[in-house]
Design a protein. Structure first.
Length: 341
């Protein structure tokens, strides 16, 4: 049966993957309220499409941190992709480059920065958790820079891991044939965050990932971040935080137009991409759709996910009367807050 949307990969991946691995990818923290809300909050936003506009040519291209992309849809870091498919991060990197977009490699990847770079050209970001041992961070950053990575996504929502009950029940461990390749031979200390120090050791721009309040948005700007990713870690950290799409406008206001704001969490449709852009995002990232499609069909699966989202987003733009990303405005959507004050 033909796969016609991104969400369909999840059910097929569930049949294909061992339970421990599927649950690790799919689950959220505790009651999974935020996990559900990441989707439901998108569903509560409605459109105000404009008509009688010539939409015969739709331009979805954009420039992010100076890099020209085919569309404002990028790939979030997700750990341990070789559990989904033997090609793991290699397949994701190839699919992202072929689609003209960015892949963010997790620091908990099962392929190293050098291995991902060896797949060929592409614009890649490296995700970093900041450890107290700055020597570890320095080594990782230097290696990523040397391997041609273009930016750091500094994940700031994980001082400790969230409580994912499925992983506790399954006694989740990385399968013995796989390793966290970027950490081979490194000694890990505790977490610590310091954007200014990190910026002093690299010329790569730093995106702060995991901001959901205006206060932290302002702090990120003051500390010299090049951008913000509104993220609740795919609802895997603190349960009962709002959906990212609900927090987006507050974070955009906090950033005061000084740096671009991106979003991840629950993006499964081209309409979701449009809604995020209408509420002020410069682009979106996707997490689980990548691991599920990877599990089902490797590189071809990830390529198909990117293509389906791209096609749906293009159609949403056309049906809303928008020719380019600049045409997408706040007036193209209505949120709950608009309706009820
Ligand atoms: C993640 N995420 C994540 N984030 C990060 O900064 N470093 C990481 O290693 C991981 N690993 C990871 C594994 C898995 C299985 C998932 C589902 C998520 C969070 C990820 O980058 C992103 O924020 C969310 O996945 C986005 O939400 P969706 O698209 O999965 O709903």
């Amino acid at each position: 049966m033909e796969i016609t949307n991104v969400t369909e990969y999840q059910a097929i991946a569930k049949q294909k993957l061992p339970k421990m691995i599927y649950d690790y990818y799919a689950s959220g923290a505790e009651d999974e309220w935020t996990l559900q809300e990441n989707r439901e909050a998108f569903a509560r936003i409605l459109f105000r499409p404009r008509i009688l506009i010539d939409v015969s040519k739709i331009d979805m291209t954009t420039t992010i941190l100076g890099f020209k992309l085919s569309m404002p849809i990028m790939i979030s870091p997700t750990a341990m992709q070789k559990m989904a498919h033997p090609d793991g991060e290699y397949a994701t990197a190839r699919a992202a480059s072929a689609a003209g977009t960015i892949m963010t490699l997790s620091s908990w990847a099962t392929s190293s920065v050098e291995e991902v770079a060896s797949t060929g050209p592409g614009i890649r970001f490296f995700q970093l958790y900041v450890y107290k041992d700055r020597k570890v961070v320095e080594q990782l950053v230097r290696r990523a820079e040397k391997a041609g990575f273009k930016a750091i996504a500094l994940t700031v929502d994980t001082p400790r891991l969230g409580r994912r009950e499925a992983d506790i029940k399954n006694r989740f461990v990385l399968p013995p044939n796989l390793t966290l390749k970027n950490f081979e031979g490194l000694d890990l200390g505790k977490m610590d965050q310091d954007v200014k120090w990190l910026q002093s050791i690299t010329t790569m721009p730093i995106l702060v990932k995991g901001v959901i309040t205006a206060e932290d948005s302002r702090l990120a700007v003051e500390n010299g971040a090049a951008g913000i990713i509104v993220s609740n870690h795919g609802a895997r950290q603190l349960d009962y935080v709002p959906a990212t799409i609900s927090a987006l406008e507050e974070v955009v206001k906090g950033a005061g137009g000084q740096i671009p704001v991106f979003l991840d969490g629950g993006v499964r449709r081209g309409t979701d991409v449009f809604k995020a852009l209408a509420l002020g995002a410069a682009g979106v990232f996707i997490g689980r759709p990548v691991v599920f499609s990877l599990a089902v069909a490797g590189e071809a699966g990830v390529s198909n996910v990117l293509k389906m989202l791209r096609d749906e987003f293009e159609l949403t733009m056309a049906l809303s009367g928008c020719n380019s990303l600049a045409d997408i405005t706040r007036n193209h959507v209505v949120t709950e807050a608009d309706k009820f004050g």
